[in-house]
Design a protein around this ligand. Structure first.
Ligand SMILES: *Cc1c(COP(=O)(O)O)cnc(C)c1O
Length: 230
């Protein structure tokens, strides 16, 4: 068995265990393979293990891979910070954007989404720990932003995305994810439809699933440690 095959089996069983532990069905939790810094061949290998959703952070790197893998029926998710001069290419090449955190970016994606494509799926990224240095809107702004994004054409607001401050403490992990879940519930209660909680990475996927994650974004646990860029 190849390393990616072995690791995929491990991650899938970790997801299944986390679901079982909290009475959820594994079909409720999608696995997004985070393929930043990985080669097109590694993505191809992951596809052969049954993975179809891939997440990328760096636009040019992603566009090269999307082109090299155009023969495969893959779903591409942009999960990195979105610069406003990159929105056109993102709107043209991706199925999802998880990292929308301001209206200006959402408006540009809406205007630039080719009309012959399905609506672009959007997650609003929330800075759940309210650390001033990180991307994501503040939790206080989330409801208004969600309302404005939901009203834009050619976009489909799917839910919230969060990257809590890293910690090994399982209780602290759950607390942060519980805040995301509560925020999503408040937004839904005000009449805005959302079905996605994009939360959980290699180090905290069980806590995220326990708090209602519907999409975990997994890089290291599938592909091994990343070599630093540059
Ligand atoms: C890199 C990255 C991940 C994957 O992180 P791992 O710890 O390698 O699983 C998930 N989400 C985002 C937004 C990332 O940038």
């Amino acid at each position: 068995m190849s390393i990616i095959a072995e690791k995929t089996t491990q991650v899938v069983s970790e997801i299944n265990q986390a679901c079982q532990a909290t009475g959820r069905h594994p079909s409720e939790v999608a696995l997004l393979a985070v393929s930043k810094t990985r080669s097109a061949d590694e993505v191809r290998e992951a596809f052969q293990q049954g993975l179809i959703r891939f997440g990328e952070n760096y636009l040019q790197e992603a566009l090269d891979k999307i082109q090299a893998l155009a023969d495969l029926p893959l779903e591409w998710h942009f999960i990195g910070p979105v610069q406003s001069n990159k929105t056109r290419q993102i709107a043209e090449s991706f199925d999802w954007v998880h990292s929308v955190d301001r209206l200006k970016i959402a408006r540009r994606l809406s205007e630039q989404r080719p009309t012959e494509l399905a609506d672009l799926n959007i997650c609003l990224q929330v800075n759940i720990d309210d650390e001033s240095s990180k991307s994501g809107c503040s939790p206080n702004e989330a409801l208004d932003l969600a309302r404005e994004i939901a009203a834009l054409p050619h976009l489909n607001l799917r839910g919230l995305m969060a990257i809590p401050a890293p910690t090994d403490d399982a209780a602290a992990q759950r607390l942060a994810f519980a805040k995301v879940r509560a925020l999503a519930e408040r937004i839904r209660a005000s009449g805005i439809a959302m079905d996605t909680l994009s939360m959980g990475m290699s180090g905290d996927l069980a806590a995220a699933i326990a708090e209602g994650s519907t999409m975990v974004r997994i890089g290291t646990a599938l592909f091994g440690p990343r070599v630093a860029k540059g």
